[in-house]
Ligand binder design. Structure first.
Ligand SMILES: Cc1ncc(COP(=O)(O)O)c(C=O)c1O
Length: 435
């Protein structure tokens, strides 16, 4: 039998395997665990994964190339550069701004980047990792996004960039933030890890920033297991991100390819001897943050499902929002940012001041009923052990950020949930309030 025929047989068996191993599960309220997020997949992901493993190319290859092209086209951006996680994407985005190739716009140690403390640590960490100074502003309750007046107040002569996440899928006020960036000549970095498919002013988030980042960790809208992406429109930023990702090299050949520039042995850079192999010329203090083709193959199958995933997330969120409307006296219910259409990552409830409800009791009650809960990531990051004694600027008292840390709880809306499951979540929360 030819190897191609064998491959087709293996893949046909993989399809069969999927059907036997992952049959549809019956939902038993109170017994079936309701996760807050997770992988949603079928035989296509498994087939792609085995197909790519049979290629045994291992590093970035045909699946990664196809994903990058399709993802960039989906966004309507020129470039999508895959990396091995959303955290790596964030590290690349901030590192890129320190490149000498940006000339007078290059960020240097001590420059300031405005961000929030109410979020995920690896949005903030690359600021430290690049010897820059984070300037923390508070968030607005109900949208959980940066307060625009505080962002404006935070701008100093050392401010060079604004780096914000679209919190739990809810776009931040892009119109106002973008206007500030234009007025003050600041880079805008969008952490779009939780917001794939969200729109602001009818345009996808992740397409507004100079660079934007994505995560394909299983909790996110699409998954590769581990994976991430940086998207750009600027050719210079693209080259710089790629360089930081690929060991810091100057060369931009794809893995296994040589002489893309057509003058591999004709470069003369820094004090290297003339004609030194371009493959081994380094223009940045880089990393290796590439991903494998196996990861990309899973992502490619997920990309086909993205429109239905987005719809399911919106449907589940709306169902939960309507079903909990009668508890508005007890909880601050989440609100989409004005002029936005979020592709929600999750649903936040914040206990109102003065209510005899403890977030901890609600979490324990829901977990005992098999409903998974989370907090809003790190709460107030500056209260975390890692950030003690770190250089930072703080605008105001971050009182809303503290409130979120103390009183907010996060529930799932991912496509693994449906109306029956959400109905059960609504009933259970209502029971807790009654009791
Ligand atoms: C807003 C945000 N940024 C970045 C990340 C990091 O992504 P990853 O887990 O792929 O490193 C996450 C992770 O969940 C996140 O929620």
């Amino acid at each position: 039998m030819s190897s191609e025929k064998l491959r087709q047989e293996i893949l046909a068996l993989v399809k069969e395997y999927y059907k036997q191993e992952w049959p549809e599960k019956e939902f038993k309220p109170g017994a079936t665990p309701l996760e807050y997020a997770g992988r949603v997949f079928d035989e296509h992901e498994l087939v792609n994964l085995v197909d790519s493993s049979l290629d045994f190319w291992l590093t970035t290859g045909r699946y990664a190339n196809e994903f990058e092209q399709k993802f960039a086209a989906y966004l309507g951006r020129r470039y999508a550069l895959l990396t091995n996680s959303g955290s790596s994407a964030n590290l690349l985005a901030v590192s890129a701004l320190t490149s000498p190739k940006l000339k007078d716009r290059q960020l240097v140690p001590g420059d300031e980047v405005i961000t929030v403390a109410c979020g995920f640590p690896t949005t903030v960490n690359p600021i430290y990792q690049n010897n820059l100074v984070p300037v923390f502003v508070d968030v607005d309750l109900a949208t959980y996004n940066a307060n625009v007046a505080q962002v404006e107040a935070a701008i100093s002569p050392r401010t060079k960039a604004i780096f914000l996440a679209h919190t739990l899928g809810n776009p931040f006020d892009l119109e106002a933030i973008k206007a500030l960036c234009q007025t003050h000549q600041l880079f805008l970095l969008e952490d779009n890890c939780d917001a794939l498919g969200s729109k602001y002013d009818n345009k996808l988030t992740g397409t507004f920033g100079d660079l934007s980042t994505f995560s394909y960790y299983p909790a996110h809208h699409i998954t590769m297991g581990e994976g991430g992406c940086v998207s750009a429109d600027s050719p210079v930023l693209k080259v710089v991100v790629e360089s930081f990702r690929d060991w810091g090299r100057d060369c931009y050949c794809a893995p296994g390819v040589a002489n893309t520039c057509g003058k591999r042995f004709e470069w003369q850079l820094a004090s290297l001897p003339e004609g030194y192999d371009h493959k081994y010329i380094y223009s940045h203090i880089g990393y290796n943050l590439k991903l494998t083709d196996m990861q990309a193959s899973v992502g490619l199958a997920q990309l086909d499902k993205l429109p239905t995933f987005i719809e399911a997330r919106k449907r589940n969120w709306n169902f939960l929002r309507n079903g909990l409307a009668h508890l508005e006296d007890y909880f601050i219910l989440p609100e989409p940012t004005k002029n936005s259409d979020p592709s929600w990552f999750a649903f936040v409830l914040t206990v109102r001041d003065g209510k005899q409800i403890k977030r901890k009791d609600l979490a324990n009650f829901l977990e005992s009923k098999k409903i998974a809960t989370r907090h809003v990531f790190g709460g107030n990051l500056i209260r975390q052990p890692a950030y003690q004694d770190k250089n930072m600027k703080v605008i105001g008292d971050l009182s809303n950020t503290d409130k979120v840390m103390k009183d907010s709880i996060v529930l799932g809306v991912y496509p693994g949930l449906d109306e029956r499951r959400i109905e059960y979540m609504i009933e259970t929360i209502s029971d807790f309030i009654k009791s």
